[in-house]
Structures are given as structure tokens and as C-alpha cells.
Design a protein around this ligand. Structure first.
Ligand SMILES: NC(=O)c1ccc[n+]([C@@H]2O[C@H](COP(=O)([O-])OP(=O)(O)OC[C@H]3O[C@@H](n4cnc5c(N)ncnc54)[C@H](OP(=O)(O)O)[C@@H]3O)[C@@H](O)[C@H]2O)c1
Length: 335
């Protein structure tokens, strides 16, 4: 811990509210516990969950710092007891349960990865949350296979850009919904066969009309919920799987259970943040094995829409909430 000051700047939430409740504050630099590393943060990725946290609906879980931030990149400056996989000076990115909007953060080794080949620090901060979420839901839980068909709602989101690219790189066909024609075309540049503008088109009708998709999609990654769930089921192939990861349109759904039975469909959902480190470490190992080589092979790439200075976190939140972004938004702490 030599040469590390005892205090650091963080972006904290002064109370539930809009972007204006975000502001710089001084907090003690965390000490890495057993099995943890201390990272000097270079960049922090933004996520929709940070907005929910700022509004007071999604506090950090017990043991995590109170300030937001689910993913960072940076350099390891200290390691706790029992850490063998990393050493000071290593350049890494990490998934966090909170506390990424800070000059330093502690992270369990099981949630830390080296930077993929060809990916810089700003880009790397945009990877952990989306890669952990997409891998665990689309590939581990819903078991998307090469030759199958994936429907991604919110294809231009941070999660969506990872889902489209990963599914394509692993040999699946992909359809994506998005809220504008520009976003639909963007999804197609990432590998979606067809972007579907959910404001002007009915995704069930579009999928039924498309050659090859009339048998239905095999997996739906749903971040909308509400009345989308019944429509997901309509769009689903026999033995298809629907995975819900957010409920932006509501957490209640009405659906025809006879359709569920006739299609032998699976409806499931998960949250990542609250899962134990050991579970996340299993995803980390799979990412290193299955996904990180895809960056080196240029089969997938980080998609950073815009970078904001650390001090401009409120403006970054306002931009995320405006919904015009395509891909990820990152805070740069190196400026
Ligand atoms: N369960 C988990 O473990 C987990 C983990 C990570 C993220 N998530 C969730 O995944 C979602 C994406 O996260 P993010 O950080 O990538 O956020 P984001 O970039 O802000 O994306 C939100 C997306 O939702 C889309 N959307 C909203 N209403 C829609 C609708 N009716 N039909 C289709 N798409 C719609 C938006 O599409 P347009 O902008 O095109 O309108 C936007 O692309 C968030 O809801 C987040 O909470 C869940």
C-alpha cells in the first residue's frame, strides 16, 4: 500500500433523485481483503442499474461500498492475503457489486480479468457487466447453440451490443429490437439479421414474416418484461427459452400457460449483482476461455458510445437516461 494516499475521490449519491444528486466526495481508500486486489481505477462503466441506485431503488448489497459502479478497468496496486493470480502492476478489468465510481476499488480475484488482446483501458471498463450478464444468461442458462436463433430486446443497449455480437460469433442467428431505425441499423452492423423498431413494428409479426424465422426463435433475452413476456412466448419456437433480466415495462406479466405447455417453453430470469463471488468466478473462467479469445480474433469488439470525465458523472447519467446512446458509456479517471 506504499504511496497510496489514505483518502480518495468517489462519485456518491447525496439522496434519491436525478443526476444532480451525484457529486464528488472523499472516502477512505479500501483495503483489499483476503482473496481481493486493490485496483487504481482508470475507467468505470455506466449501467442502467446505476440509475436505479441513484433513484434509491437499488442499494448496494451488504459489504459493498455505498457509491455506484459495477465495473472498472485499471491497474492493480496492492493484493490481499491468498492472492496468487494477480500482482501489483497488472492491468485488469473487474466486475463489482458496487463502488466502481471511485479512484480505487477492491475486487474479489474471481471477478477480475486481464484486458483482452487489443482492448484498451477505456474499452475494457465497458466489458465486465455485459459479458458476465450475457454469458451467464444466454449461453449458460438458456444454452443458446450454434444454428439457433436469438431475439435480443434493447439491441443497442450495453447488454444488447454484447449479446448480438457474442451470439453471432458463436454461430447463432440474431434478431434485435430497438427504439429507432438508426439503432436498428446499428444492431445490423453488429451482426443482427434484422433490427426491429419496436415503436413502429410488432416484433412477433416481423419474426413470423421473415424467411427462416417462421419456426420461432429459440432464445429471447428480455430486459423489458410486462406485456412483452406473452409476446416473447408467441415468438418462441418449441422448446424455446425466455430469460428475463429486467422489468422496464413492469414486473407483472399475464400469459397463456397452454402456449407455454404446448411449446414446452422455459421462462426464467436472473439478477447478477447479488450472486456469490464463487458463482461469478465460474462465469469469469468461462469468459476467459470462451469470450476473451473472440476479442483477439476481432470476432467481437467493445462498443463505447461516449466517454465522460469522472467529474462529469451527472452529465453521463443524464446522457444514459436520455436513451440516445448505442452501446456503453464510460467515465475516464485518467484526465
Ligand atoms: N438481471 C441482471 O443481472 C442484469 C444485469 C445487467 C443489466 N440488466 C438490465 O439490462 C438492461 C440493459 O442494461 P444496460 O445497462 O445495457 O442499459 P441501457 O444501455 O440503458 O439499455 C436499456 C435498453 O432498454 C431498451 N428498451 C426499453 N424499453 C424497450 C422496449 N419496450 N422494447 C425494446 N427495448 C426496450 C432500450 O431501447 P431503446 O433505447 O432503443 O429504446 C435500451 O436499449 C437494463 O434494464 C438493466 O437493468 C440486468
Amino acid at each position: 500500500m506504499n504511496q497510496i494516499s489514505s483518502m480518495m475521490r468517489v462519485v456518491d449519491v447525496s439522496g434519491p433523485g436525478g443526476p444532480e444528486v451525484l457529486g464528488l466526495a472523499q472516502r477512505p481508500v479500501p483495503q483489499p481483503g483476503a482473496g481481493e486486489v486493490l485496483i487504481k481505477v482508470a475507467a468505470a462503466g455506466l449501467n442502467r442499474a446505476d440509475i436505479l441506485q441513484r433513484r434509491g431503488y437499488y442499494p448496494s448489497p451488504a459489504g459493498a461500498p455505498a457509491w455506484p459502479g459495477l465495473e472498472v478497468s485499471g491497474s492493480i496496486v496492492a493484493v490481499g492475503a491468498e492472492v496468487e493470480a494477480f500482482k501489483p502492476g497488472d492491468t485488469v478489468c473487474a466486475l463489482l457489486a458496487g463502488g466502481g465510481y471511485a479512484e480505487y476499488c477492491a475486487a474479489p480475484c474471481g471477478q477480475v480479468l486481464p484486458l483482452p488482446a487489443g482492448v484498451d483501458l477505456l474499452q475494457a471498463a465497458a466489458l465486465p457487466e455485459a459479458c458476465f450478464t450475457v454469458w451467464s444468461n444466454v449461453f449458460q442458462l438458456a444454452r443458446l447453440q450454434a444454428g439457433e436463433c436469438l431475439l435480443v430486446h434493447g439491441g443497442a443497449s450495453g447488454i444488447g451490443v454484447a449479446a448480438i455480437q457474442l451470439a453471432r460469433a458463436r454461430g447463432a442467428r440474431v434478431f434485435a429490437t430497438a427504439g429507432s431505425d438508426d439503432k436498428c441499423r446499428f444492431c445490423e452492423t453488429l451482426g443482427a439479421q434484422r433490427g426491429i423498431n419496436y415503436r413502429s413494428e410488432d416484433f412477433v409479426a416481423v419474426l413470423r414474416g421473415l424467411a427462416g424465422a417462421d419456426a420461432g426463435v429459440n432464445v429471447v433475452l428480455d430486459m423489458v418484461g410486462g406485456e412483452y413476456i406473452a409476446r416473447d412466448l408467441d415468438a418462441l419456437a418449441p422448446e424455446g427459452r425466455i430469460v428475463v433480466i429486467a422489468t422496464q415495462a413492469g414486473s407483472s406479466a399475464k400469459l397463456d400457460l397452454m402456449k407455454l405447455m404446448h411449446k414446452r417453453a422455459v421462462l426464467t430470469g436472473t439478477t447478477l449483482r447479488s450472486r456469490p463471488v464463487a458463482f461469478k468466478a465460474g462465469i469469469r473462467d468461462a469468459l476467459l476461455r470462451e469470450v476473451w479469445p473472440l476479442f483477439a480474433a476481432h470476432a467481437i469488439r467493445p462498443v463505447v458510445d461516449r466517454v465522460f470525465a469522472f467529474e462529469d458523472a451527472a452529465a453521463a447519467h443524464a446522457y444514459l437516461e436520455s436513451g440516445v446512446h448505442m452501446g456503453k458509456i464510460v467515465l475516464d479517471l485518467r484526465r
